[in-house]
Design a binder for this molecule. Sequence first.
Ligand code: NAD
Length: 287
Amino acid sequence: MAALIDGARIAAGIRARVAEEAARLAGQGVVPGLAVILVGEDPASAIYVRSKVRHTRAAGLASFEYALPDTLAQDALLALVQRLNADDRVDGILVQLPLPAHIDADRVLDAIDPRKDVDGFHPVNVGRLSTGTGGLTPCTPLGCMKLLDTVIEDYRGLQAVVIGKSNIVGKPVAMLLLERECTVTVTHIATRNLPDIVRAADILVVAAGAPQLVRGDWVKPGAVVIDVGINRVDGAEGRRIVGDVAFDEMGHAAAVSPVPGGVGPMTIACLLENTLRAARRRAGRGA
Ligand code: NAD
């Protein structure tokens, strides 16, 4: 039987460590603060934001929330970002994506001070990730690596296959695996012979948004499988959430992360950790 990589438990441990460190910093007069901006009424985004705010507060960080109408002008959003860049109480700024169509998301992300870019999407942080020179790392890819770290000691020379090449998951997770000296193959919708490529993987990270795309016979015995996908599907028992991996067919893997309860909770835990890191750096208290 494959070992279950319990993201909910691992994430709870990270949040507890963040809370401890935040309490220690508060004793020195530094209260890390996270500002979250939500534009419009996308129901999934609203749920994510509520959860982020709840965990931010529970960890003892300051939370600044901005729920704005979807008619908001781009210039008004850019002005808010500039205000938060200059606000000393704010260490992290997160703009919940997607933004309404009339707003250029790249322009908004580019406007965030890279030192406060806790999502790690600013070009400066993307560049730092690709050169392996620090910066703030995107939360979901960082969460994937923390899950892998619980079951892999030595990454050197392992074959890693990533399915999906998005800027928020696929590409950054590939960079992180490369940094650990894996041999990395990034695949996507136009990849030919995907099952054959996946069969070579010691590590498989799947971020495609395609329900149960990866079948059991694609996966090599002993591989480690991280499922990033979150797909809402309708079945006989109503609506449920499934990943990009056919979980029930993964018995021969060494370890697999479930959906839900795998990568999902890690994303918020890593967001809190990034906020703490940004606060420490801004306060001149280390890496
Ligand atoms: P995206 O749509 O931006 O990118 C999907 C990528 O997968 C693309 O590069 C595409 O080429 C590739 N792809 C799609 N279908 C494929 C197929 N059949 N075969 C091979 N490649 C295929 O998506 P994203 O934002 O990277 O998110 C991917 C999934 O991860 C989604 O289900 C999303 O909900 C989930 N997600 C989860 C978290 C989390 O916190 N757990 C965070 C971000 C995204």
